[in-house]
Design a protein around this ligand. Structure first.
Ligand SMILES: NC(=O)C1=CN([C@@H]2O[C@H](COP(=O)(O)OP(=O)(O)OC[C@H]3O[C@@H](n4cnc5c(N)ncnc54)[C@H](OP(=O)(O)O)[C@@H]3O)[C@@H](O)[C@H]2O)[C@H](O)CC1
Ligand SMILES: [K+]
Length: 505
C-alpha cells in the first residue's frame, strides 16, 4: 500500500472522482461512512455523547457527515462548528444537510469563550486534516490547547489537527488517543516523534483509485514517498515447499555471534535462523561458548574459535548460503579484524547487526567492504553512529534512503514502524510489532530470521520485508497470548510458526 503526500492524495481524490464519475461529495461520503463504521466499532454505546469539532475545510466536512451518520444510528451527537475560514463546497453542502436532523450545532468564532464539553463525551477532532498549510496560530491554536487540556477521549479524523502530514511537526497539534486515518497512509504516521500525537492509529479504507495505475495523474510512480508492507502482498512472496525438498534446498546459514557473557545472543539468533526455515546452521563462537551452544541448541553445528572469549579467526566461508554477523560479538581489536576479514572474503549478501554495526561505525573504511545488497539492521542509535545525527525522523529517512542507494545496501532501521531502504531507492514501512518487543534479544532474533531467509534464497529486499514482518507478527501473536510485559525474545522466536501460518492464509 502506497504512502502518499498530501498533494498526491489530493490528486488521487481528483483521479478517483474522474475515473469513477462520482462527485467530490460522494467521495467525502465514502470516507466519512468508513470512518463512522470504524468509530462505532470502537464506541458501540450510542448513549455515550459524541462532540464533533469541525473546521471549514474537507476535514471539517468529513466531521459533519460523521455527525449526520452517527445521528442516524441514534448516537447522542452534537457539533461544534469552528468558523476558521471560508467553507469548502462539500463542507457547505454537508452543513446544510445537518438541518432538521435534530443535531445541536454550536458556532465558535474567534474570541468566543471555550465551549463546555461533558467529560464523558468522545471528542471527534475534525478541525484540519491534510489541508493544513502552515502551523496553527492564535485563537485556533488556543482551541487546540483547550481540547488537549480536557480529560476527554479524542479521536482524530484522518490526522490529529495541526499535524504535518509530510514533514517534521511545527506548531500546536491535537493529542489524539486514536487516529482513524482515511484512505491511504501518510508519512507522519510512521514518525517516532509523532507517537504521542497520534495515539493508536488505524487505517480506515474505502474505495479509491489505484495510485499505481493512475500515477501519471497523481504525480507518483517512482516519486511515491514510500510503501506500507501489507500481508496480502507479502503472503504472495513466500516460497512454496515441495515434496522432494530437503535441508540442502533450504540453505546452510552461518552465524558469527556471541562472546563470553553474551552467548545468549548466539542462542537466540541461531534458533531464529532455523525457525525461519533455513536447512542447516553453523555457528562460529568463542571456545568458552561451546558447551552452552551445544546443550541449549543441539540443532546447530559449532565452529569454535581459537580464542576462549571472543571470535578472532573465522575460517572458510565458501560453503554458506548466508551469513549473519554481530549479535553479542563485542568490539575487541581481534574481533574487529575478524569482521574485516569476513566482509572482505564473503561475496554474497549477508546480515550485519549489533556489534558488527558498531565496529563498522568505528572503522568507516569497512563500509566499502560490505558485500552488495547486504542487510544492515541498526536501531536509531546505531544508525546515528554509522551515518550521523539527523534533525528529525523525516531527515533520517532521507539519509537512510541515500546511504542505501549509494552503498548498494538494504538498510533496516529498527523503530516502532521499522523502515527498510533498498539499493533501488524504495522505502518500505512495516506494520507489525509492539512495544512488548522492546526487550533483550529481540534484535538478535531478527538477525536470525533475516539470515535464515537469505539462506533459503529469498532476494535481500524480500528477505528484509518478509523477515521484519514475520518477526513483528510473531511478537504480536506472542503478546496476544502472553501480554506485552511478559514477552521474551524466545517467545518471539517460538511464535514464528504461527506467524508463517497466518501470513500464508
Ligand atoms: N481521499 C481521502 O482520504 C479523502 C479525504 N477527505 C478529507 O479531506 C481532508 C483534506 O481537506 P482539505 O479541504 O484539503 O483540507 P483541511 O480540511 O485539512 O483544511 C483546509 C482548510 O483549513 C485552512 N487552513 C489550513 N491551514 C491552516 C492554519 N494553519 N490555520 C488556519 N486555517 C488553516 C485552509 O485555509 P487556507 O487559508 O489554507 O486556504 C482550508 O480552509 C482530509 O484530511 C480528509 O479528512 C475528503 O473527504 C475526500 C476524500
Ligand atoms: K483532524
Amino acid at each position: 500500500m502506497r504512502i502518499l503526500t498530501a498533494a498526491q492524495l489530493r490528486a488521487l481524490d481528483q483521479a478517483t472522482i474522474r475515473a469513477e464519475k462520482i462527485t467530490s461529495g460522494e467521495l467525502m461520503e465514502r470516507a466519512a461512512k468508513a470512518f463512522t463504521k470504524a468509530f462505532t466499532r470502537h464506541f458501540p454505546d450510542p448513549e455515550r455523547p459524541v462532540v464533533v469539532v469541525c473546521g471549514t475545510g474537507n476535514n471539517g466536512g468529513d466531521g459533519l457527515v460523521v455527525a449526520r451518520r452517527l445521528k442516524s444510528r441514534n448516537y447522542k451527537v452534537s457539533v461544534i462548528q469552528a468558523n476558521i475560514g471560508t467553507r469548502s463546497a462539500d463542507n457547505q453542502d454537508n452543513f446544510k444537510r445537518l438541518k432538521g436532523q435534530g443535531i445541536e450545532v454550536r458556532q465558535l468564532t474567534q474570541g468566543d469563550p471555550w465551549p463546555a464539553i461533558a467529560p464523558e463525551a468522545v471528542v471527534v477532532d475534525a478541525l484540519f486534516g491534510t489541508g493544513l498549510g502552515r502551523p496553527v496560530a492564535g485563537y485556533w491554536a488556543e482551541l487546540i490547547d483547550y481540547l488537549n487540556a480536557l480529560p476527554n477521549f479524542r479521536v482524530a479524523v484522518d490526522l490529529p489537527s495541526g499535524l504535518s502530514s509530510d514533514g517534521p511537526q511545527e506548531g500546536p497539534c491535537v493529542h489524539a488517543d486514536l487516529t482513524l486515518c482515511l484512505g491511504l497512509p501518510k508519512l507522519a504516521l510512521f514518525a517516532p516523534a509523532n507517537t504521542q500525537l497520534l495515539g493508536n492509529w488505524e487505517l480506515v479504507t474505502f474505495p479509491l483509485a489505484d495510485p499505481d495505475r493512475l500515477h501519471p495523474e497523481v504525480g507518483g510512480g517512482p516519486a511515491y514517498q514510500a510503501t506500507l508492507n501489507d500481508a496480502s502482498e507479502l503472503g504472495g512472496l513466500l516460497k512454496k515447499r515441495y515434496a522432494n525438498d530437503h535441508k540442502g534446498t533450504f540453505g546452510h546459514a552461518f552465524l558469527v555471534a556471541g562472546a563470553f557473557g553474551t552467548m545468549g545472543a548466539a542462542v537466540i539468533a541461531g534458533r531464529a535462523v532455523l525457525r525461519a526455515g533455513a536447512g542447516l546452521l553453523t555457528c562460529h563462537i568463542p571456545r568458552s561458548g561451546y558447551e552452552i551452544m551445544q546443550i541449549s541448541f543441539p540443532e546447530a553445528m559449532c565452529k569454535v574459535d581459537t580464542h576462549r572469549y571472543h571470535s578472532t579467526e573465522i575460517g572458510d566461508l565458501g560453503a554458506y548460503d548466508s551469513i549473519g554477523i554481530g549479535p553479542g560479538i563485542g568490539q575487541e581489536a581481534l574481533t574487529v579484524e575478524a569482521v574485516r576479514s569476513v566482509l572482505s572474503r564473503y561475496e554474497r549478501p549477508m546480515v550485519i547487526d549489533a556489534d558488527a554495526i558498531n565496529i563498522i561505525a568505528a572503522h568507516p573504511e569497512l563500509l566499502k567492504l560490505i558485500p552488495k545488497n547486504s542487510l544492515l539492521t541498526p536501531h536509531p542509535k546505531e544508525f546515528a553512529r554509522l551515518f550521523g545525527e539527523t534533525e528529525h525522523d523525516f531527515a533520517r529517512w532521507q539519509v537512510q534512503r541515500e546511504v542505501a542507494k549509494r552503498n548498494g545496501l538494504v538498510i533496516v532501521l529498527k523503530t516502532g514502524f521499522t523502515s527498510i531502504a533498498t539499493p533501488g531507492g524504495e522505502l518500505y514501512f512495516n506494520p507489525t510489532g509492539n512495544p512488548g518487543m522492546g526487550t533483550a534479544g529481540t534484535g538478535d532474533a531478527l538477525t536470525g530470521v533475516l539470515t535464515g531467509l537469505l539462506a533459503q534464497g529469498y532476494d535481500p529486499v524480500t528477505a528484509a520485508r518478509l523477515g521484519v514482518y514475520l518477526h513483528g507478527l510473531a511478537g504480536d501473536l506472542a503478546a496476544e497470548e502472553l501480554s506485552q510485559e511478559f514477552l521474551l525474545a524466545e517467545d518471539v522466536v517460538s511464535h514464528l510458526g504461527q506467524a508463517y501460518r497466518k501470513l500464508r492464509e
